[in-house]
Design a protein around this ligand. Structure first.
Ligand code: FES
Length: 161
């Protein structure tokens, strides 16, 4: 805990400024967690404990809120979150090959994040746009009818940003 704080003291300082600006409202905890995730990129246990102590809220409550809301993450993810749909229709339309191409070009397996934290690759169940299968989403944006050739184009587009 102490090591994590000392390695990230500037980030904790920024978090302190935000927490000190809170006015004792009911949504202080949620706001502090949102702000912490925007600073750290995720909410590791050390940050959750820190917030629980600062706001005088039981750690269990902080942990439950972090686990409840899918927006919060306890793992550092890539800047670009790529999800390949592996629902039934997308699978019939070769989403397994699309996934394999992403894995090959990124050098990671599904569920992993690149070392530079640029990309996180995952699979997802049906996203509701089966008519445009196979579907890939990047940070929530849909790419429809994705071909093997599109995979490198999608990655190039991300790398330009
Ligand atoms: S199965 Fe992929 S969008 Fe429905």
């Amino acid at each position: 805990m102490f090591n994590f704080i000392s390695r990230n003291k500037d980030l904790f300082y920024e978090l302190d400024i935000f927490i000190n600006s809170l006015k004792g409202n009911n949504d202080d905890l949620i706001r502090a967690l949102h702000h912490a995730q925007s600073i750290f990129g995720y909410l590791p246990k050390e940050v959750q404990i820190y917030i629980s102590e600062k706001l005088n809220v039981p750690y269990e409550k902080v942990k439950n809120i972090v686990n409840f809301y899918s927006y919060f993450t306890t793992e550092l993810r890539g800047e670009f979150k790529i999800n390949v749909c592996v629902g039934r229709t997308c699978s019939k339309n070769n989403s397994d090959k699309i996934l394999a191409e992403f894995e090959k070009l990124l050098g990671i397996n599904s569920g992993d994040t690149t070392n530079n934290f640029k990309f996180t690759l995952n699979t997802t169940r049906c996203v509701g746009t089966c008519r445009r299968a196979p579907v890939v989403t990047v940070n929530g944006k849909d790419f429809n009818g994705v071909t093997l050739e599109d995979v490198s184009l999608i990655l190039k587009e991300c790398n330009k940003k």
